[in-house]
Design a protein around this ligand. Structure first.
Ligand code: ATP
Ligand code: MG
Length: 181
């Protein structure tokens, strides 16, 4: 069987839940895909300030695997208000994502933290569902983030809910290099 046959059915994949490992699970899949020279893109809807590890590593996998950090830090949201700059960043990330999905140039696209953005009503779920329904047939589309919308879960082919059993944060342990960033 050739590689193209193996990827003929593009899956909609969701990594959600409160436990750690959603974004890294998606990156693990991307790494696996990269080994088959499948073209993979990760769009980060929430720009992490500590995600430099993967950004550096992935540069070496270009052009098979690319990460595009978009969005703001969402500090305004944590304060309970929405900054217009955050909204604009989400709108830009979504526009970019739609363009890349429709382009047909990718085998796998990861929309990192999009579930979180939807759950805060910063992106209408119906718009996302429309894109999921009309995506290229062979494209694997991965959506990460806590609180995945039930409609997204319904349309997905694969959903994993990360359950938190323990997290070192609760003991006051700081973010560790290679684990968190
Ligand atoms: P990772 O990027 O490590 O796969 P994630 O995508 O599952 O984690 P997010 O919800 O995106 O987790 O959270 C981003 C960051 O917050 C990660 O560095 C993660 O370790 C940390 N984190 C996850 N769960 C908790 C928690 N319960 N308490 C505090 N920090 C957490
Ligand atoms: Mg994440």
């Amino acid at each position: 069987m050739n590689i193209k046959d193996a990827k003929a059915k593009g899956l909609i994949i969701v990594f959600t839940g409160n436990g750690k490992g959603k974004t890294t699970a998606a990156m693990g899949m991307a790494l696996r895909a990269t080994g088959h020279r499948l073209k993979t893109l990760m769009i980060q809807f929430i720009k992490g300030s500590w995600h430099y590890g993967e950004l550096e590593a992935v540069k070496k996998l270009n052009p098979y695997f690319e990460i595009v950090p978009m969005g703001n830090g969402f500090l305004s949201l944590r304060k309970g208000e929405i900054d217009p700059e955050d909204l604009q960043a989400i709108a830009d990330a979504w526009k970019f994502s739609r363009k890349k999905i429709a382009s047909g140039k990718y085998d796998m696209i990861i929309l990192d933290e999009i579930n979180y953005v939807i759950s805060y009503h910063l992106l209408p779920v119906e718009e996302v569902l429309e894109v999921l329904r009309s995506k290229p047939k062979s494209l694997h589309l991965i959506l990460t983030g806590r609180d995945a919308d039930t409609k997204i879960v319904e349309i997905a082919d694969l959903v994993t809910h990360m359950e938190e059993i323990k997290h070192p944060f609760h003991k006051g342990t700081k973010a560790q290099m290679g684990i968190e960033f």
